[in-house]
Design a binder for this molecule. Structure first.
Ligand code: COA
Ligand code: AMP
Length: 633
């Protein structure tokens, strides 16, 4: 017998327009679309052209208008400031309308870009929704990025205004944000006209006269702004993500397709209904935060949790269980790394037993490959289904999942289950042929992508085509490699590019290599992702110094670590740089990063036939062993 999933999936493939038009009925449109799907400018496909809506209206006002005003929309839980504060839909709508009014008073309107560089505070969520309310385009930059990365985003997005805060709090450390912002604006060619700073009591930032404005002054007397109708195809936000070089890619999200897909996903994938409590333990700086802290739960009429804390250390590995119990969380979404951290500190799950978790129904994991150990530990200790699912910044919502809302399929450890309705996922060979079950290839999605996925890169149609559409004509390149089994379960094994996943954060080793290469003593370098018990992977850098450099290797390594932290940010978690005499290369000069990674991870490897000098592999092994890697047996 066919499962519900099979039927729904087949329908989404046979009649995508009918499928998504039906899903779009769940959204309030100021004006209905002229065309569900528009392929008039291939390969830049658009969904719901001619449609007019407002995303913020659908996320807030609609629920107030339909009687959900007294329900909690957002619960801010911050163990690092000892705060719990809930906002009902009415309260959040009113607060957002005032932030929108304050933005408008600063001259921000439809199509203007606003950068949000803020910690996990309610004002950050309000800022995102306020932009959506007046048709401005937000671009949230994760707080763990340093000035240089922020500057790149300022130069690309060209914001009129930046919303920031005086500081973030990392467990018990106050991280001043303002110097990073000032540093970024000094570096950037584009200068935002205005910076609005939320002064937090833990650290007050000095304000630059003429440019900076205190959040309270920005808000004082601001009239509430109504929702501005925008085109379905207008950008809602830009979110930068790592590419293969130091230049981040500005992923664009539209309004119409995004609202339709995200609202559908709450029921279809997560099995969550209006009135339920949904918690994505991520950061608003990442796509998970955009989609599943802010937009999807609110579009669906859920209560969403905004957590300013960590899985461990704030104050203990029981933090997740405390929140689930205290706020009645039905569904939790986080990255496997968070569970590895909890498992390490509380292997017996002792803290879990202190809390009543009766409300907790399903755990979703994504952001990196979920190792079967972590999956089984979570299943066994929590006793709820643990669902791995796979997606990326570009798609904005899951590509592969066990769609709980369509009837949970049997879980296979190591697989995020099957393609989600709307996605025609293929495993392709170098020659663009579909590979049979069990064979690893490049995972691609046959065009068109479903609603919600990126229509292009910000101001860079050509970059969109070359990055994603050129490798496999007629398909979108996910950048992941893997296979399908006989039952069409997907297995996502690795990246085909130089992207690594550090604690669920996507980082480019190429970008780190650019930083290392800019050190005056460095002749050449390579950065690889090495397996890490908690973070999944961590970067390790190898450098060869220029002839004649006589400084101590330790001093150079320390400078390199500092340089990456300064130029990319602490989020890179770059803590190991090793000075070596030579790098292993093929005879044509290509650095053998894959072989180096296998050595570092203590895996068996074959000496590549094309290697220039196999003896170098021994030197690399020794160097890695000196740092505690390359353990065999
Ligand atoms: N602002 C400033 N600095 C930040 C930051 C922020 N928003 N977020 C992280 N950092 C810093 C951290 O303090 C740390 O700095 P350090 O090198 O001085 O210690 C560094 O960036 C690395 O952070 P992180 O990778 O988060 O490591 P961690 O050791 O602090 O925590 C985990 C490890 C596993 C607990 C943590 O990564 C986690 O909770 N992950 C959850 C998964 C997640 O959010 N994934 C996102 C996609 S779903
Ligand atoms: P990001 O754009 O930061 O969300 O990172 C997306 C990338 O993370 C994907 O392309 C994968 O490489 C990886 N990823 C995300 N979820 C999973 C998963 N469930 N299994 C394996 N890899 C994943």
């Amino acid at each position: 017998m066919k499962s519900v999933y099979d039927e729904v999936y087949a329908r989404s493939m046979q009649d995508p327009q009918g499928f998504w038009a039906a899903a779009a009925e769940d959204i309030y449109w100021e004006k209905r679309w002229d065309r569900v799907f528009d392929d008039s400018r291939k390969p830049f496909y658009r969904w719901f052209t001619g449609g007019v809506l407002n995303t913020c209206y659908n996320a807030l006002d609609l629920h107030v208008d339909r009687g959900r005003g007294k329900q909690r929309a957002l619960v801010y839980d911050s163990p690092v400031t000892d705060t719990v504060k809930a906002f009902t839909y009415s309260e959040l709508r009113d607060a957002v309308a005032r932030v929108a009014g304050a933005l408008r008073r600063q001259g921000i309107g439809r199509g203007d870009r606003v950068i949000i560089y803020m910690p996990m505070v309610p004002e950050a969520v309000m800022a995102m929704l306020a932009c959506a309310r007046i048709g401005a385009i937000h671009s949230v930059v994760f707080g763990g990025f340093a000035s240089n990365e922020l500057a790149k985003r300022i130069d690309d997005a060209k914001p009129k205004l930046v919303l920031s805060a005086s500081c973030g709090i990392e467990v018990n450390r106050v991280i001043p944000y303002k110097p990073l912002l000032d540093g970024a604006i000094e570096l950037s060619a584009h200068k935002p006209e205005r910076c609005v700073i939320l002064q937090r009591p833990q650290e007050t930032a000095p304000l630059a006269t003429g440019r900076d404005l205190d959040w309270n002054d920005f808000m004082a007397g601001a009239p509430p702004a109504e929702c501005v109708p925008v085109a379905a195809t207008d950008p809602l936000y830009i979110l930068y993500t790592s590419g293969t070089t130091g230049v981040p890619k500005g992923v664009v999200r539209d309004n119409g397709g995004h609202a339709v897909a995200l609202k559908w996903s709450m029921g279809g994938i997560y099995g969550v209904g209006a009135g339920e409590t949904y918690w994505a333990a991520s950061d608003i700086g990442w796509v998970v935060g955009h989609s599943y802290i802010v937009y999807a739960p609110l579009l669906k009429g859920c209560t969403s949790i905004l957590y300013e804390g960590k899985p461990v250390g704030t104050p203990d590995p029981g933090a997740f269980w405390r929140l689930i119990s205290q706020h009645g969380v039905n569904v939790l979404f986080t990255a496997p790394t968070a569970f590895r951290a909890i498992k390490k500190e509380d292997p017996q799950g002792t803290y879990m037993k202190k809390y009543d978790l009766a409300c907790f129904r399903t755990l979703f994991l994504a952001g990196e490959r979920c190792d079967p150990d972590t999956l089984h530990w979570a299943e066994e200790k929590i006793g709820v289904p643990v669902i791995d699912h796979w997606w990326q910044t570009e798609t904005g919502w899951p590509i592969g999942a066990n769609c709980v809302g369509l009837g949970t399929l049997p879980v296979k450890a190591g697989s995020p289950t099957k393609a989600v309705p709307g996605y025609d996922v293929r495993v392709l060979s170098e020659e663009n042929k579909d590979l049979p079950a069990g064979q690893i290839g490049s995972i691609a999605i046959k065009l068109p992508l479903p609603p919600g996925c990126l229509p292009t890169l910000w101001n860079n149609d050509a970059g969109y085509e070359t990055s994603y559409l050129t490798k496999h004509p007629g398909h979108y390149l996910t950048g992941d490699a893997g296979y399908k089994d006989e039952q069409s379960y997907l297995y996502i094994m690795s990246r085909v590019d130089d992207i690594i996943n550090v604690a669920g954060h996507r980082l480019s080793t190429g970008a780190m290599e650019e930083v290392l290469a800019s050190h005056p003593d460095v002749a050449e370098c390579a950065v690889i992702g090495v397996a890490d018990e908690i973070k999944g992977e961590v970067p390790v850098g190898f450098v060869v110094t220029k002839a004649g450099v006589a400084r101590s290797e330790a001093a150079i390594a320390k400078e390199l670590v500092e340089k990456v932290r300064e130029q990319i940010g602490p989020v890179a978690a770059f803590k190991t740089a090793i000075v070596v005499k030579r790098l292993p290369k093929t005879r044509s000069g290509k650095i053998l990063r894959g072989t180096m990674k296998r050595i570092a991870d203590g895996q068996e490897y074959t000496i590549p036939a094309t290697i220039d000098d196999p003896a170098i592999l021994g030197e690399i092994t020794e160097a890695l062993q000196g740092k505690g890697y390359a353990k065999t047996g």
